[in-house]
Write a protein that binds this ligand. Structure first.
Ligand SMILES: [Zn+2]
Length: 108
């Protein structure tokens, strides 16, 4: 799970994405994987715990890609009017990891 690179406390992906929703061409960015990853890596996020800023490239890229997929998979995952993420990204990511490990176990 994503952690603040400065204070080490866990971060909520929904909250992180909400910080990104305010960029000018957000609707476009959140639809295109390449653009999304590029914007994500260079975006200065603010940790809600310690208030320090850090770039997205300090967070696990694999999780960011999954987040992108989840946001595009679920219709209405983003409430553009209120700048909110409607789906629980952290829970979905945890579930996804669990299923992946289960899959490995079964096939292994
Ligand atoms: Zn922090």
């Amino acid at each position: 799970m994503a952690k603040c690179p400065l204070c080490g406390r866990p971060l909520d992906w929904g909250e992180l994405m909400e910080q990104m929703l305010v960029i000018e061409d957000a609707a476009e960015v959140f639809r295109e994987r390449g653009k999304f990853m590029e914007t994500f890596e260079g975006f200065a996020f603010k940790c809600p715990h310690c208030g320090e800023e850090f770039y997205g490239k300090n967070l696990p890229a694999k999780e960011a890609e999954k987040v992108f997929e989840l946001l595009n998979e679920f219709k209405g995952s983003i409430d553009w009017e209120n700048g909110k993420v409607r789906i629980r990204l952290n829970s979905l990511l945890a579930l996804d990891t669990m299923l992946e490990n289960w899959d490995k176990k079964v096939k292994g």
